[in-house]
Design a protein around this ligand. Structure first.
Ligand code: FPP
Length: 286
C-alpha cells in the first residue's frame, strides 16, 4: 500500500454523500471564468486508488469504481471553478481490458450511468465532452451514447472534459502513424505538429499538469507524447477522496513550478512548438 503521510481528510463532500444521493451540483459561475496565469489551462488526472479506497471500507472493488465515477462530478466542478479549461480523466486504459471480466464490465457500465446522471447538467453548464481512446471495443449501444454526448456538447465553450477510455498512449501514437501513412502525407512534411494533429488530443492540446492519485509515480501509458513538458504531481489521496481541497493542493504545487520547456529562462504561458490544438481553435486532422 502506498504511504498515506500527506493524506488529507476530505472536508466538505464525501463520495458517500454522493452515493447516498446528496450530490453537489456543477454550479460554477456561468460566464467562462477567467483563468489566472498560475492556473494550468489543461489538467490531466490518472484516477487511481478506487480499489484501495473500497478495501479500506470493506467494500467491493466495483463499489470503489462507482465512488470514483461519482467523484468525477465533483472534480469537474472544482476544476471549472478554479478556471481550468480542459480536464482530461484517465478512466480505463488499453491494458485494463486484461482485468477480470466482471470488473471490466462494471467499469464499462459506469459510462452510460455517468451520462444518464450528468450529461444534461454538464451540457447546461457549457461543458464540452470529448473522448480519447478507441471506442471500437465498446458495444454499439454504449458507443452510440458516447458519440451522441460528444455531438450534443460539441459547441460548448466553458470547459472541456476529455474522458480517456480504452486509451493507451502507445496505441494512440501507432494509430496516428497509421493515419498519417494512410493520408499519404509526404515524409518531408511530417514534423511534431503533424503528429500532434493526428493524435486523439488534437482538439485539446497538451496537459500543463498531470496528476496521479493514490501515491503511484507512473504515467501508465497516459498521454505519453503530450506529457513531454507537463508538470507531474502525485498525491497519496485515493481518487474517490480527491476533492476541491486536494485539487487546490495540486494547483498550489503547480503554481510553484518554474516551467522552462528546455530553455534556460522561465516561460510563462508558452508551450513547446509541438503543442498544437491549444484551446478550442484547434484544427485537428480528423
Ligand atoms: C485504477 O485504480 C482505476 C481504474 C482502472 C478505473 C478508474 C475509473 C473511474 C474513476 C471511474 C470511471 C468512470 C466512468 C464514468 C467511465 P484501481 O481501481 O485499480 O485502484 P487500486 O490500485 O487501488 O486497486
Amino acid at each position: 500500500m502506498a504511504p498515506r503521510l500527506l493524506r488529507r481528510t476530505p472536508k466538505v463532500e464525501s463520495p458517500n454523500q454522493a452515493i447516498n444521493g446528496t450530490r453537489p451540483s456543477i454550479d460554477a459561475p456561468r460566464p467562462k471564468p477567467r483563468r489566472p496565469a498560475h492556473v494550468p489551462r489543461h489538467v490531466a488526472i490518472i484516477m487511481d486508488g478506487n480499489g484501495r479506497w473500497a478495501k479500506e471500507r470493506g467494500l467491493s472493488r466495483q463499489k470503489g469504481h462507482r465512488a470514483g465515477a461519482e467523484n468525477i462530478r465533483r472534480a469537474i466542478r472544482a476544476a471549472g471553478e478554479r478556471g481550468v479549461e480542459v480536464l482530461t480523466l484517465y478512466a480505463f486504459s488499453t491494458e485494463n481490458w486484461t482485468r477480470p471480466r466482471a470488473e471490466v464490465s462494471a467499469l464499462i457500465r459506469l459510462i452510460p450511468r455517468f451520462l444518464k446522471s450528468e450529461l444534461k447538467e454538464l451540457h447546461e453548464n457549457g461543458v464540452r465532452l470529448v473522448h480519447i481512446g478507441d471506442l471500437s471495443a465498446l458495444d454499439n449501444n454504449i458507443r452510440k451514447q458516447v458519440v451522441d454526448a460528444i455531438e450534443l456538447t460539441k459547441n460548448n465553450r466553458r470547459m472541456t472534459v476529455a474522458l480517456a477510455f480504452s486509451y493507451g498512449g502507445r496505441a494512440e501514437i501507432a494509430h496516428a502513424v497509421q493515419r498519417i501513412v494512410a493520408d499519404k502525407i509526404p515524409v518531408s512534411k511530417i514534423d511534431e505538429d503533424t503528429v500532434a494533429r493526428y493524435l486523439y488530443t488534437a482538439s485539446i492540446g497538451d496537459p500543463d499538469l498531470v496528476v496521479r492519485t493514490a501515491g503511484e509515480m507512473r504515467l501508465s501509458n497516459f498521454l505519453l507524447w503530450q506529457s513531454a513538458y507537463a508538470e507531474f504531481y502525485s498525491t497519496p489521496t485515493f481518487w474517490p477522496d480527491f476533492d476541491g481541497d486536494a485539487i487546490d493542493l495540486a494547483l498550489e504545487a503547480y503554481a510553484q513550478r518554474v516551467r522552462k520547456f528546455g530553455d534556460v529562462a522561465p516561460k510563462v504561458e508558452k508551450a513547446p512548438k509541438s503543442s498544437v490544438g491549444r484551446g478550442n481553435g484547434a484544427k485537428p486532422a480528423r
